[in-house]
Design a protein around this ligand. Structure first.
Ligand SMILES: Cc1cc2nc3c(=O)[nH]c(=O)nc-3n(C[C@H](O)[C@H](O)[C@H](O)COP(=O)(O)O)c2cc1C
Length: 212
């Protein structure tokens, strides 16, 4: 089976989408004989190289962040370009992993619906997805064996999706969150924003300001 792991975060490095794809890749490699292409859609244009790789794969797995309850605008632009490509009636199966800053993975429901609607438009087959809450912490979380650690629920969902992908089956969207207390996650986020605004020459009281 030839699988494309597509990173749809605008971040070139250190993205939560990247972490999720790395975990998914390790599940796929250990579960079955798969040929994996890693494709980056970090900006508005799908490169010729990416297009070529996509033409040589049967399963596409998009991982992207949730932006304003939808998918990032640059990724939408890429999807429009992919619609304009002649796929010669190829049967491509699509899966999605959308991570979000909010704690609750259900926030990603509409973004997964966008990917599903795109499949309806293009004629590709929607295989289902995962909405991952607490995406802001994924970078810092270690992968631990035997279903332990704060990433365990996310890894479990990725493992279940791996089985579906290998069978080319469809799953219902699965919404998960990290195994880390919500109030601590929120506190860490507040601290992070304060540090970031100071590092960029601003003041913490400016955090709530509206853009003009
Ligand atoms: C422009 C922008 C819009 C965002 N909108 C949402 C949102 O609507 N809901 C949410 O939970 N997180 C939102 N986030 C947070 C991201 O989804 C979150 O930081 C995610 O973990 C980033 O994933 P990545 O590292 O794979 O890019 C937004 C972030 C940015 C920069």
């Amino acid at each position: 089976m030839r699988i494309a792991l597509i990173n749809g975060s605008p971040k070139v490095s250190n993205s939560a989408s990247g972490v999720l794809l790395t975990d998914l890749k390790s599940f796929l490699i250990t579960s079955s004989k798969t040929e994996i292409k890693e494709i980056n859609l970090h900006n508005t244009v799908v490169s010729k190289e990416a297009l070529e790789d996509l033409k040589n794969t049967d399963v596409w797995i998009f991982a992207c962040p949730l932006y304003v309850d939808g998918i990032p605008a640059h990724l939408l632009s890429c999807l429009v370009q992919l619609e304009e490509t002649d796929w010669q009636d190829r049967q491509v199966q699509i899966y999605g992993v959308v991570n979000c800053g909010f704690y609750e993975g259900i926030q990603a429901e509409f973004a997964l619906n966008i990917l599903q609607n795109w499949c309806t438009k293009t004629g590709f087959t929607w295989g289902g997805g995962i909405g991952v809450g607490g995406g802001g912490a994924l970078q810092q979380m270690p992968t631990m064996k035997n279903g332990h650690g704060p990433k365990a629920p996310v890894e479990k969902a990725l493992g279940t999706m791996t089985d579906k992908i290998i069978q080319r089956e469809t799953q219902k969207n699965n919404y998960v969150s990290i195994a880390f207390p919500r109030f601590l996650y929120k506190m860490a986020a507040q601290m992070g924003w304060r540090q970031e605004i100071k590092a960029n020459g601003g003041k913490t009281k400016e955090l709530g300001n509206q853009l003009e």
